[in-house]
Ligand binder design. Structure first.
Ligand SMILES: [Zn+2]
Ligand SMILES: [Zn+2]
Length: 436
């Protein structure tokens, strides 16, 4: 282990940032944990995650754990907990690493869910095997969570049977699945029923000619669910149980009446992506709710994140309950820039405070501004402006009392220093039942 100043390294050393998430157990590497970096199968010596940098003379490379502001140098290399790699006993193959790579960083709630699920399953098994008291079982299981996660993914990888391909949905579509950490992913698709062993129909033959849109539910690891429908039909209500879960996103794929082919890409473990040749990539971002093509086409997209390097199809769009009956106010979260607009719902169930907790865990400098609304008061306009710097952004909200219709009320949420005009982000004078 050789933590030294980052700027003092010889110029011919290659600099690499190391993934902040262990690519074996897939939990975040915490301060002080021992790490091993992997350059195309060549392992570094062990270093502490808190080291400013680590010089590996054998690999003639300098490593540093990735951070929020990291530019990744010439590319990020996989990192592992030293303990996880010792337990795995083999250097992960490049195919395995591609299969467990995250498309995006999920919310912290997903890590907590995984950790809790693995710990509870382990505690239960320890209790059955040794008859320990529950508290002791949980303490023991806590220590074994990463090891269990490595063991499980190695088992699932060893039994993999996923393959992609092209499918003609005019013959119907069947799917079988693989479970990873308690979540179900599509492993294979078939356009003939006999090929699917233990799978189920996602589109029956008699309905194949009637559908013209496909909603694909995805998360950071791949495709979770397929729902076929009609463009004029709102399926949000029928999927209410699914749509309320966080960290999963819907992609809308329009199905051509002529070309009924779908292409599925597999990473060997599960289906990563589904595309149709008739759907342009630019319109193919993901949404927190299934958005039908007519609704999607009505939405005007404006570049409010001028410095974002994400391509449009990688953007994730969340819905805001704007002017929905029962909303008592709105909160706007700032952390360098506009991070979140959240609608508060009254009622006996109380307020869901998860939105505050999640953003606070992600960023320590979040500032919330709350804007209550009176009963019957509507948001009629939301204006946004930004300046030359990333953090120079302002939102202005105009509310109007529905009864009686007296003028308006404007609230300046945050001022911006640049002298640029505001842009209308939302405008409505309709009552809730029309604008919802
Ligand atoms: Zn690990
Ligand atoms: Zn990096």
């Amino acid at each position: 282990m050789e933590p030294t100043g980052f700027l003092s390294k010889p110029a011919d050393m290659e600099h690499h940032c190391v993934s902040r998430r262990c690519q074996l157990c897939r939990f975040t590497i915490l301060p002080g944990e021992a790490v091993i970096a992997d350059i195309n199968g060549h392992l570094s010596t062990i270093f502490a995650s808190t080291a400013v940098s680590h010089l590996d003379k054998g690999l003639r490379a300098v490593f540093r754990l990735c951070s929020h502001l990291c530019s990744h140098y010439k590319g990020q290399v996989p990192g592992y907990h030293a303990a996880c790699l010792a337990y795995a006993y083999v250097i992960p193959s490049r195919q395995f690493l591609r299969a467990v790579a995250y498309e995006y960083e999920p919310g912290l709630a997903e890590d907590r869910r995984r950790r809790r699920r693995i710990r509870d399953l382990l505690a239960d098994k320890i209790g059955q095997a040794y008859g320990f008291p529950l508290e002791l079982c949980c303490m023991t299981a806590d220590e074994l969570v990463c090891m269990s996660a490595v063991h499980t993914i190695q088992q699932v990888w060893g039994a993999r049977r996923s393959a992609g391909g092209q499918f003609d949905i005019s013959r119907g579509l069947w799917a079988d699945y693989v479970h990873i950490d308690g979540l179900r992913y599509v492993a294979n698709l078939f356009d003939r029923p006999g090929l699917s062993v233990g799978g189920s129909a996602v589109l029956s033959v008699d309905k194949a000619s009637l559908v013209d849109v496909l909603y694909v539910l995805e998360d950071h690891l791949g495709v979770r669910q397929l729902v076929f429908g009609h463009q004029q039909q709102d399926i949000t209500r029928s999927l209410v149980g699914v749509t309320k879960k966080r960290d999963q996103w819907w992609r809308t794929i329009v199905l051509s009446p002529v070309d009924r082919k779908l292409e599925a890409k597999s990473d060997g473990l599960k289906i990563r992506a589904i595309r149709s040749g008739s759907e342009p990539d630019a319109a193919n971002m993901t949404w927190s709710l299934p958005i039908s093509p007519p609704v999607r086409d009505e939405i005007c997209l404006l570049p409010y994140a001028p410095y974002s390097s994400l391509p449009l199809r990688s953007q994730q769009m969340t819905a805001l309950d704007c002017n929905v009956p029962g909303v008592t106010g709105y909160s706007i979260g700032w952390a360098g820039n506009l991070m979140r607009i959240h609608a508060h719902h009254g009622g006996a169930g109380g307020e869901d405070l998860a939105v505050y907790r999640e953003l606070g865990e992600y960023r320590s400098d979040v500032l919330w501004t709350h804007m209550p609304v009176e009963p019957g008061e509507l948001i009629s306009e939301i204006w946004v402006r930004y300046g030359g710097e990333y953090a120079h952004m302002a939102v202005m909200v105009r509310g109007e009392s529905q009864v009686p219709p007296v003028g308006g009320r404007a609230t300046l949420i945050r001022d911006a220093s640049a002298n640029v005009p505001y842009h209308a982000a939302f405008s409505s004078s309709r009552p809730p039942e029309e604008s919802a």
